[in-house]
Design a protein around this ligand. Structure first.
Ligand code: EPZ
Length: 434
């Protein structure tokens, strides 16, 4: 099976290590495959000066062995942006080595926060801040919008390129802006940039129309240095939001209710440095659990965030997987032929949208059928047609996919549209014959 990024066709391939460019999830799967047994090779192809990744997978090999779960991409991104709030150096450990993380280091450097990254550890030294997050960086990483809250809180101004949409949806930031306006910020849109200004952010009572993860994170950071109390209602409860709150508290912030839908923040005059360990990545862990199931193998995951995976583990157990915490880590294997289940993606603690593509791959080879409803993003079924190219039986009806299990999948050249779709295609490739 050939999986390449949605750009020019591959002309030549250069073999590189499993941790080369491209998403860590694919690397983790490649590492998991390469480590004990398996035949996946991660290629990075150099086309007319454009780098892209290609995974060539010879499936049919049960994955067995031990895989260490890396630090969480979606916790590290907002926490690193939170460095802007501090007036002392801060050290982070268990930081995943990913393209988005390296982009964040470049953005922090540009904003006046020099940093040094080595062996999963980075120290950021906040200095004289600049208010501008340029389009060149923001267009490659939507999460750059998370500098908005910290810059307004520290500088009273921000000039952030509008984050574009992406393969899975329009990804607007209206909820971020309207909430910050309630705190006293004013915004204009000029030449594709969000221009934000405020004399000083004031505490406010904010109710989100939707429990937005990024919106909650931006407002947590903005409120940490605001005057007075901020209440966030209908706030996101994701573990990555909780990790950000814990980080801010370690720097001196006063926050209560994180992990629930009502968060209270008492603004403080300043935030100092600390040493903070990023939480393990629950989506990478969930993807590795799926890899054990789809290949009928057995994996032991170390540093696996078992408690943050309730909804995912419940569904995989319902499908026929055995997933048990042990003294050495979380052990995952198949106890019988997998069965189809019904899944509806929801905000945490519901089934995470970032695991929707991966459990779909698992369901493609299950007995019976299952239904997946995607309620978070408007266009997150881009992987379906690629799975069908490999022999899957999936029918779409609006935001619902009906998956009928088939006996086998066959290798084929497929195109990856986004990070999680890529992971689902790797999973399918691991199980495909050929
Ligand atoms: C975060 O995105 C994650 N990204 C996403 O992971 C994840 O899928 C998503 O949360 C949901 O869990 C990071 O943490 C970097 P949202 P975010 O604001 O913050 C709508 C991955 O693969 N919305 O909760 O952008 C939005 O369009 C990525 O790692 C508005 O309408 O998610 C979407 O339909 C993909 N207006 C829904 O809410 C807004 O102002 C969820 O968005 C904000 C959001």
């Amino acid at each position: 099976m050939l999986l390449d990024q949605p750009r020019n066709p591959i002309v030549s391939c250069i073999l590189s290590s499993a941790s080369a460019n491209g998403s860590r999830q694919r690397s983790a799967l490649a590492r998991g495959i390469l480590h004990p047994t398996g035949n996946a090779r991660l290629f990075r192809a150099h086309i007319q000066g454009q780098f892209m990744d290609k995974l060539i997978i010879e499936g049919g090999v049960p994955l067995t062995g031990v895989v260490h779960v890396s630090g969480s991409k979606n916790a590290a991104l907002p926490i690193l942006m939170g460095s802007i709030l501090l007036d002392e150096p801060v050290t982070y450990t268990n930081v995943p080595d990913l393209r988005d993380i390296r982009t964040t280091f470049k953005l922090l450097e540009l904003l006046g926060c020099p940093n040094a990254f080595e062996n999963g550890q980075v120290t950021v030294t906040p200095g004289a801040l600049s208010p501008e997050a340029p389009y060149e960086l923001v267009k490659t990483m939507r999460a750059s919008v998370l500098v908005l809250g910290p810059l307004l809180a520290r500088l009273g101004e921000a000039r952030v390129a509008m984050p574009g949409g992406c393969a899975i949806g329009a990804r607007p930031v209206d909820l971020h802006l309207s909430a910050l306006e309630k705190m006293g910020a004013r915004f204009d849109l000029e030449d594709g940039y969000i221009l934000g200004r405020c004399r000083k952010l004031n505490g406010a009572h904010i109710h989100f129309d939707f429990p937005t993860v990024g919106g909650t994170e931006n407002l947590l950071m903005a409120a940490a240095l605001a005057d007075g109390e901020t209440i966030l209602e209908n706030a996101a409860r994701e573990p990555e939001v909780v990790d950000l709150a814990r980080f801010l508290i370690a720097c001196g912030a006063r926050i209560e209710g994180h992990g629930t839908s009502v968060i209270r923040i008492q603004g403080v005059p300043r935030l100092g440095g600390c040493t903070y360990r990023i939480m393990p990545d629950r989506i990478e862990a969930g993807t590795l659990l799926a890899a054990a199931g789809i290949t009928d193998g057995e994996l032991l995951l170390t540093d696996c965030p078992f408690e943050e995976l309730d909804a995912v583990i419940a569904k995989m157990r319902q499908m026929g997987m055995e997933i048990e915490p042990t003294a050495d880590g979380v052990l995952a294997r198949r106890s019988c032929a997998l069965r189809g289940v019904d899944v509806t993606t929801q905000p945490f603690p519901g089934f995470p949208t970032d695991m929707q593509a991966q459990i779909m791959s698992l369901m493609c080879l299950s007995e019976g059928s299952g239904v997946i409803s995607e309620t978070i993003f408007e266009n997150r079924f881009m992987h379906v047609q690629e799975l069908v190219r490999m022999g899957a039986d999936i029918r779409l009806s609006g935001h619902t996919a009906i998956i009928r299990g088939v006996q086998r999948l066959a290798g084929a050249p497929v195109m990856a549209s986004d990070l999680r779709a890529s992971a689902s295609l790797v999973l399918a490739g691991l199980a495909a014959k050929g």
